[in-house]
Design a protein around this ligand. Sequence first.
Ligand code: ATP
Ligand code: MG
Ligand code: MG
Length: 584
Amino acid sequence: IAPEKNDFIRSIIREDLASGKHAKLVTRFPPEPNGYLHIGHVKSICLNFGVAQEFGGVCNLRFDDTNPTAEKQDFVDSIKSDVEWLGFHWDGEVRYASGYFEQLHAWAVQLIEQGDAYVDLQTLEQIRENRGGFGKAGVNSPWREASVADNLERFSDMKAGKYADGEAVLRAKIDMTHPNMNMRDPIIYRVMHAHHHQTGDEWCIYPMYDFAHPLSDAFEGITHSLCTLEFEDHRPFYDWVVEKVGFANPPHQYEFSRLNLDHTLTSKRKLKRLVEMGVVSGWDDPRMPTVAGMRRRGYTAEGLRDFCERIGITKADGVVDFRQLEFSVRASLENTAARAMAVLRPLKVTISNFEEAVAKADTLKKDTVKAELDGDVLWLSQPKHPSLDLGERRIPFTKTIYIDESDFEVNPPAGYKRLSPENNEIRLRNSYVLKVDECKTDETGKVIELIASIDEKTLGNNPEGRKVKGVIHWVSASHGVDAIVRLYQHLLLEDDEIDHNAELHEKDRLDADTDADTLWIKQHLNPNSLTTYHAVVEPSLREAAAGERFQFERESYFVADALEHNSELPVFNQIVSLKDSFKP
Ligand code: ATP
Ligand code: MG
Ligand code: MG
């Protein structure tokens, strides 16, 4: 049972509703459509949509699309489908900051008229220099004291396309000596002759995020604007701008700590690099921490929501153990995934007494095993799940079968409970007790085939006069189905090397160093993050639907790949291991 949802944000909301400060809670999830959503965004989604649900409010989905060169319709579409897949519903229509461009422009004009904004014609270089730094006051722009009329005319010229990119900006007029750099006359509009995925070529000036965001919140009647801690020092400007425009009951911004996960990048920019470098197959590669990747990996929406609930909401920065995420995903699969048998590293076993033994299968007590002989196949029926009513599956048992190579050791290590020359008897899962009589090797000494016999009395019965330790899975060699089975490890090694803080001020890092990112990724990439097996699986798996999840007994949880799986050549991705010593 997940811990009771209670955190500082929920306390604030509870108080604000109780005191009547707000009649109804309104939150928003405000992604920029410049990439795919990742696990960090899931935390924000679960919080914003979660509190809306819990407190009888609503949550808007708003695209913060003020940076047209980085944004695309493709990202808008994927974000919408990811939010829906996670099980959340936004209020009414999807919203766009770009849908408010007209209104935002009018508010910018209002600020100029009030003497709260001015057009600066310094170069961007000069603006940067004159901003000063920590402990160093900024210098007023020579354009700062221009008249309202001149500013209105220049802003109108900016809008009319009379300036080239970078030649003019609109700035809020606050204080060039303010200790908070975000208050030193921040830029609120810039010239950018760029096509926008929503507004086309209508605009050549675009508002800055810090201007558009608070005003979009206020316009939508957002009550609690929840964001991550790196926006804490943007809050003074947030409050300044909604006050100057004159909202009566303005939204308030609250910050919580972002999710950092070990072995995991939660920066869209670096995830994009991974895709561009071709080290993954795309944004939806099952190793990617994107919602699209995790979905293809077979993670459940329920597991992701449970994870977010367990990590909770605080102001404390930290790095969450990846196994915590796996714990939640595993818990969501335990009572839902059908069982099946798949042999990843096939070792051929020929059962010398097969015909004589299975001929007597009909005469055996069959309350635990249903068996039906048809020619040279003994069809065994088993429930798809030990406790849930998911129906039955038919498993063919034949003269040649495959077991996993790792279930037979010529020189077993201490404590080995599977097959070896000394311990040569084992239970075949759902079937007979098998005894190895002979082991065939190739010229290098590698075991290539086992010759074995089965105890005809052990179908659904314990062997007489002895105990058999161990159960192994198997698949018919003649009726099994070839399949691609993919096992995963972390995409990145050495998690302590990931500087999660370096991701924080990405919005400011328009000049991100691609070469440095590439080098970093190369140095930290796990060369073994993907292992592909040519496996043999039980034939019932031909009928698996793309996206269907299974527990391959004694292996892992797997999902039929959403894109590549088909009944001719099934393809399965490992979701998560069956067990872990980790306890949340
Ligand atoms: P990135 O840094 O990967 O580009 P971003 O912060 O720019 O992500 P946005 O699309 O602007 O992404 O963010 C949408 C919302 O998701 C914001 O409110 C942001 O605070 C939140 N968010 C982004 N990353 C995380 C994270 N790691 N943990 C929690 N919330 C996050
Ligand atoms: Mg961003
Ligand atoms: Mg960011």
